[in-house]
Design a protein around this ligand. Structure first.
Ligand code: BEZ
Length: 221
């Protein structure tokens, strides 16, 4: 995603949303925030994704994560569309704001333009782009999918929980990690420091190299 990558500050755009005008940095505040775009209102995959996000909202809230949707259509269209979204995904309530971007200025600055998808007038449409932004307003992770592939909300939640763990402890999460699974201690932490930082102990995997770099520990949530 050239132009906006890990470590970059998210542009502090003023956006028209279903919850009124917001400035991105004020909205993020002291939280993690997921900013995710959709190609267009009243389209099948997008309708399922918006409902999926809404259904996961209690989980995101438990982790202190805010959500902000982006779709180019106007706010009135978004408000009508939300009725379909909630009807399609029973139990979902779209309580997060969805920004409008009829001029396609925000999606350009947020690096969310799909190079192939166009609307009926030939105007660019957003890809399924998603930035996880930290309380410091910097991009911590991004995902970029085409219009044809709906995202896994479980994966989005898993990534945000991994980022939050890594921000709090000097750890990282290995392949297919799920919340509650053991984590690995970051390579920059010496064994001596690890003994102090992880009083619960850690297991060093015995590998052919004998380098002792794969160290698992358990973090209680
Ligand atoms: C969809 O949400 O289903 C969709 C939107 C734009 C292009 C293709 C699919």
């Amino acid at each position: 995603m050239p132009g906006l990558t890990i470590g970059d500050t998210i542009p502090n755009l003023e956006l028209e949303t279903t919850h009124g005008k917001i400035k991105i940095h004020d909205y993020v505040g002291d939280s993690f925030c997921i900013i995710f775009s959709h190609p267009a209102d009243f389209t099948p995959v997008c309708t399922s994704e918006l409902g999926g996000m809404a259904k996961c909202m209690p989980e995101f809230q438990k982790s202190g994560v805010k959500l902000l949707g982006v779709s180019c259509d106007d706010v009135e269209s978004h408000k009508e569309w939300i009725k379909d979204v909630e009807a399609f995904t029973p139990g979902s309530h779209v309580r997060y704001p969805i920004a409008a971007d009829p001029k396609r200025e925000a999606i350009k600055q947020l690096n969310m333009v799909d190079p192939y998808e166009k609307d009926a007038e030939g105007k660019p449409l957003p890809s399924r782009a998603l930035h996880i932004v930290g309380p410091d307003k910097k991009v911590k992770a991004s995902m970029l999918y085409p219009a044809s592939t709906g995202r896994s909300m479980e994966e989005v939640l898993r990534v945000v929980q991994s980022l939050q763990l890594a921000a709090k402890y000097m750890v990282a999460t290995p392949v297919n990690w799920k919340p509650g699974d053991p984590v690995v201690i970051s390579p920059g932490v010496s064994d001596q420091e690890a003994k102090r930082m992880f009083p619960q102990g850690f297991e060093v995997k015995d590998l052919p190299s004998k380098k002792g770099y794969l160290r698992f520990t358990q973090i209680e949530s």
